[in-house]
Design a protein around this ligand. Structure first.
Ligand SMILES: *[C@@H]1O[C@H](CO)[C@@H](O)[C@H](O)[C@H]1NC(C)=O
Ligand SMILES: *[C@@H]1O[C@H](CO)[C@@H](O)[C@H](O)[C@H]1NC(C)=O
Length: 411
């Protein structure tokens, strides 16, 4: 059953600031000083000037315990009065900064038996939407973006974001189709140099304007919060975007092939329910306690619904909107791509398998030389997983005129 368990290794950070980050930050600060005067329109949510009282309603209103659920708002409260006729709020409306523990689960039997690694997750499971620290309401406001590249990252992975910006995340127009890029971030985990990391990410964002940051800790079990907060964000700020590519910051993406696939789907009129990736149909929860993806029986005791590996998948904006609505009725799950599978199941949509998405690597053998073969990269859509340096190198080889591949390479 090994293939059930092949999983991405999300890049959890093992060390504090790398030297390269410090160096990069010095460069960034210098760059920033130069560009400070031209700076316009950066949207930092904590800086009340961009949205005024919409973002910071008076705190005397009682905080409801189910505040986090968008659809739990009682009629007539002030959130509703800011809502567009279709029920979508006009701007980000999650304001509660303090997610307190759910005391009611503590006394339950299954919680006492539960592996302590999951206590934190279960105690905070009810908190779904978090305030934004860095927002970009203007990102797709012009309605011209065709494809939105949405990339999960953490503050410390500055070099990966840089490599992505220089390669597949570059905001280009390809054959008349505009590509826009956003990175999704939380806050540093406990023990990190929070203040300085936060300063750095704000500088970085002032230069590139491509970061969305929410006020929740960027831990592995909190990855699902990135899904739900992004879906809500997209629903509010991106009415005109047609497709979303969502992936990790350590993958190789071939945007031309991705856009070609989008073109085929539009031609076939299969774009409404589009959700395509490296799909796993019959996975079961991993019970090996050593695994990063270990899930105890107390938490989940069924086979997983079909889901696409979170390293990279493509979906239509129509489906993203329906997924957002469906996600609000699904309890948070500690593995983000499985969680999306659960939401898709609610919609009766089966994620489509496409062999161009290799989120578990080109071959299952990690040591295989094929994993370094540029012609595969040229013919595929997404390949997991590359360091920042490997990505830059592979990108330049794949795009060099000297690369000769025998027609389309296939495995
Ligand atoms: C968060 O809320 C809990 C209980 O509601 C309280 O005990 C705790 O002190 C609060 N923490 C902060 C940082 O406000
Ligand atoms: C997720 O983030 C919230 C807010 O920062 C935090 O209270 C919670 O402990 C985190 N959960 C996990 C499992 O790390």
């Amino acid at each position: 059953m090994d293939h059930f368990f092949r999983r991405k290794r999300a890049g959890l950070v093992k060390s504090l600031l790398s030297l390269s980050l410090i160096f990069a930050s010095v460069l960034m600060i210098l760059k920033l000083r130069l560009s400070e005067k031209e700076e316009v329109g950066t949207q930092h949510a904590r800086d009340a000037s961009w949205c005024g009282p919409d973002c910071f309603p008076s705190i005397d209103a009682p905080v409801k315990s189910n505040f986090w659920k968008l659809n739990a708002a009682a009629p007539g409260n002030r959130e509703d009065s800011q809502r567009a006729p279709n029920g979508t709020p006009a701007s980000w409306d999650a304001q509660v900064l303090n997610c307190s523990e759910d005391e009611s689960v503590k006394s339950q039997d299954w919680f006492r038996r539960l592996d302590p690694r999951f206590h934190q997750f279960v105690l905070h499971r009810h908190c779904r939407y978090f305030p934004m620290l860095i927002n970009h309401p203007e990102k797709c406001a012009d309605g011209e973006a065709h494809l939105l590249m949405v990339i999960k990252s953490v503050i410390e992975q500055h070099d990966r974001r840089d490599a992505v910006r220089k390669t597949w995340g570059e905001e280009l127009t390809v054959d008349g189709k505009k590509i826009r890029t956003l990175f999704l971030l939380g806050t540093p985990t406990t023990g990190k140099d929070t203040k300085n990391l936060q300063k750095l990410i704000e500088y970085e964002d002032q230069i590139y304007r491509d970061i969305l940051q929410w006020d929740f800790m960027d831990t592995f079990f909190n990855l699902t919060l990135k899904e739900v907060n992004f879906l809500k964000w997209f629903n509010i700020y991106c009415p005109g975007v047609q497709f979303i590519f969502k992936g990790d910051d350590d993958v190789f993406v071939n945007p031309r092939n991705l856009l070609e696939l989008v073109g085929f789907k539009v031609e076939e009129r299969k774009d409404a329910d589009l959700f395509v990736g490296d799909t796993i149909a019959k996975a079961v929860p991993i019970r090996n306690r050593q695994s990063k993806y270990y899930i105890p029986k107390e938490l989940y005791d069924k086979p997983y619904p079909p889901y696409a590996g979170g390293g990279g998948f493509l979906m239509s904006s129509q489906l993203a909107r329906r997924l957002f609505a469906a996600s609000e009725d699904v309890e948070l799950y500690p593995i983000d791509d499985v969680f999306l599978g659960m939401c898709l199941k609610r919609l009766n949509v089966a994620p489509e398998m496409h062999s161009g998405f290799r989120t578990f690597g080109i071959t299952r053998l990690k040591v295989s030389a094929l994993n370094r073969e540029p012609c595969f990269y040229k013919s595929l859509i997404v390949v997991h997983k590359l360091s920042a340096q490997e990505l830059l190198r592979m990108w330049s080889i794949v795009h060099s005129k000297d690369l000769v591949c025998a027609q389309r390479t296939s495995l």
